[in-house]
Design a protein around this ligand. Sequence first.
Ligand code: ADP
Ligand code: ZN
Length: 719
Amino acid sequence: MVSVLTTQPLDRPLDYLAPEGGVADGAFVMVPLGPRQVLGVVWGRGLGGFDLKKARRIHAVLPVPPMREEMRDFLTRAGDYTLTSMPAMLRLATRAPGLTNPPSMQKVYRLGEGEPDRMTDARSRVLAVLEEFGGLAFTLKELSDAAGVTSSVIKGLVKQGAVFEENTPRDLPFPRLDPALPGKTLSEAQQAASDTLREGINSGRYGTTLLRGITGSGKTEVYLEAVAACLARGRQAMVLLPEIALSAEFLSRVEKRFGARPAEWHSGVTMTERRRTWKMVAEGGAQLVVGARSALFLPYRDLGLIVVDEEHDSSYKQEDGVLYNARDMAVLRASLAGAQVVLASATPSLESWVNAQAGKYRRLDLKSRFGSAALPEMRAIDMRAEDMPKGRWISPRLQSEVMKRVENGEQALLFLNRRGYAPVTLCRACGDQIECPQCDARMVEHRFLKRLMCHQCGESMPIPETCPKCEAEGTLSAVGPGVERLTEEATELFPEARIATLSSDLFASARALKQAVETIATGGADIIVGTQLVAKGHNFPLLTLVGVIDADLGLHGSDMRAAEKTFQLMRQVAGRAGRAEKPGEALMQTFQPEHPVIRAILSGDEEEFWNAEAESRAQAGMPPFGRMAGIILSSERAEEAFEAGTMLARHDGPIRQAGAVVYGPAPAPIARIRGWHRVRMLVKAPKGVALQRAVSDWIGGVRLPKTLRLSVDIDPQSF
Ligand code: ADP
Ligand code: ZN
């Protein structure tokens, strides 16, 4: 009798009879559940205690390597940490379509021992391809394409034994990466950092390193050395990137460094390729995976290194379904695997900075920029002193600086972190703002797309000609700037310049975005108008000026992380300028140049900023000095959500006993999404409190209506 964890929403694993010949722990199996066959994993020996005659038998054992104990441990611990059910955790680990299909076979071709009876041009091309790629196997199509011959030429060579044909499973290993190929000659600072990382890898034990250095300081080059060290030891490595759009540049860098492309794992990868990747990761036929956060749940055979690039990036926090932070899960996973973690960033998260200060993480700093380029000079434009015409957002001073760059054949970036044309659309007759019918959010005009869009639920509608409220005609007007409006202004101010707008709405696919980025990088635009999409890692060698339209934008609002986020974003954006030979400059339009965060950004004194920020969080007992959980209660009826919150607040015994406090219920930051009313509660606990236990005891002890949805977010991003 074995217990099998399935992906079905049951509260515990079920007992099944093992098939003839037994079954290993961790084996992937199909088991009967009601009338269906479902996917499961043998989780351990059975618990027994029920009628053996009624027990059902495992239907099939799937021909994939069993889930290793380390992975089962990881899922259990990650589930405990995030208060996620085990079936939901298992679903994360089995996101490979076709996993349950039998392996299909295909014919592949490699170099044989025999000699062809006579050599033709076509034949010698085939043999040359096979020789060049050593032991690599090709499918018939790949080989005929590579050699430029028809398949009959290859078949002829097979008959004579010069080419060897064999049947193999369809999912082929990835081409070998060669860690022994030489990398770039490292600077002294890079070499020192790389040596330290290598030492960590060679210890074969867990350790986390925060690799800091401004954009362009050569961090990527350094962690590629860690990847090389890991591969050289025969272990697998994974590099997590925050944006799929960035992976193209990175993949070609890997190819240059190691002679072949790594496996990829993100939403843009085809189904077939996913299945292949999942299997090859399990079997060791993939040495390096480059991917999004979900790559953490792949079944590595022997994981030796996880790199989290741009570790502060908020996209590492999954905000749907299982709420986890990939950075923290990477550390957990690595600690179970005896692997090293490298957290790379120009502007680390406060969490990582504090962990490094406390000695929990090693810290490596790459101080200077690689090569000759200098850090951009950062200055404020005091908007109180600028003479701003109505309806304009580019100050005269910024305008003349942009003009200089354009005339010099350089590029300028105008940064505004607001999608769409204008944040508010207002009726001049009745004063009404157009809101989303389903959310507590304004509809945002996207003039380039000729629609109004809700940024919460994605609802969109054509821009109405009359006010939906008072039906006045032609009275709707845009209030405030978005990137599209900024593009319009730039077009008027710089009629001769070529202007490119980079905002996620304007690109239907990652590929379209990639193309736009390439066009810009190779000089296809003079002025870039962009949202935070441009802050992330793109390389624009001609860019010498960054103009931040509204540096104060992120400072308002009640979020405790506002300062941290603004600081990171501004530095990331400024870091786009001056990456090649030409020095860069960043100008920040602000109405409050004396604000401490703005001052810290301008002075460039990171340590001072982090110290001040850490101090204020510590005083408030806020993360990372205290622990938090966010609870969202949502219901189609507002009263129901509030009543449930009030009930929970009244029965907070387990929370108080643990020494923690409940705040709320209060309307969630977005109080209605897709018609669901949302109420938020926050639990705040001193460090060292078993927060998850207290929260689950608390929630488990209150009977809530079935029509209510509850989600728990441990370590919420905003609080
Ligand atoms: P970061 O990851 O910190 O932004 P990168 O590693 O991408 O920095 O380096 C910035 C640029 O400098 C890249 O174009 C990279 O190829 C180049 N570079 C970095 N280190 C070296 C080196 N040791 N030799 C030559 N070029 C380098
Ligand atoms: Zn909406």
